[in-house]
Design a binder for this molecule. Sequence first.
Ligand SMILES: C[S@@+](CC[C@H](N)C(=O)[O-])C[C@H]1O[C@@H](n2cnc3c(N)ncnc32)[C@H](O)[C@@H]1O
Length: 216
Amino acid sequence: MDEAFWHERWKKGETAFHEGRPNRFLVAHFASLGLAAGARVFMPLCGKSVDIHWMLAEGFRVVGIDLSAIAISQLFDDLALTPVLRKQATGDGELILSSADRIDIFVGDLFALDAASLGPVDAVYDRAALVALPPPMRERYAHHIARITNTARQLVVSFDYDQALFDGPPFSVPQEEVERLYGPFYEIENLQQDRVPGGLKRRAEVDETALRLTKR
Ligand SMILES: C[S@@+](CC[C@H](N)C(=O)[O-])C[C@H]1O[C@@H](n2cnc3c(N)ncnc32)[C@H](O)[C@@H]1O
């Protein structure tokens, strides 16, 4: 899953991962993060997720990042917002930042985003981010997220299934793996785990899991 893979997905409109409605675990469990009104939430690998609409409607501020300029253009169109664009030099490269009222979205590589460019965040919402990454990238991802967010609390929505059933993405990242990746930084609680309504990739045996990560 290199950058070209994702650019190709967006170019061809192959975005089955896009739910088109707020994620059920976001709606059910976001309040359990205990955020104040106006808190700033980071959504890594955000795509054009409707979860962003939901968080804005709930009164939060949102900061996101995605490789795809197509995704972010469609996100702002869907939100009926016209962003202001500027280049953002980071310690590791250059990103494009699209901003409008209560929303900042970077276009570029998550690993080029540093803490100073991201700015303060109160929480991380990970839906289809960790599970989008193949095993060798996940440790780097988890350490990077913990570092640039100063170990902000997280709601992680993951999948748990037999990886032999089909190839990812989305990959199976069961709770034990989340504990291995994030355990050094966070206490991890399982808020809910049950079958994905309607299954995934024509398979019924896929669980979705909501995990709350709180700084140790
Ligand atoms: C499975 S999609 C999920 C999108 C969104 N979270 C959702 O729930 O609809 C994964 C997204 O990660 C983006 N992506 C993959 N690798 C990335 C990277 N290194 N930096 C930024 N975005 C990345 C892809 O462009 C894609 O939009």
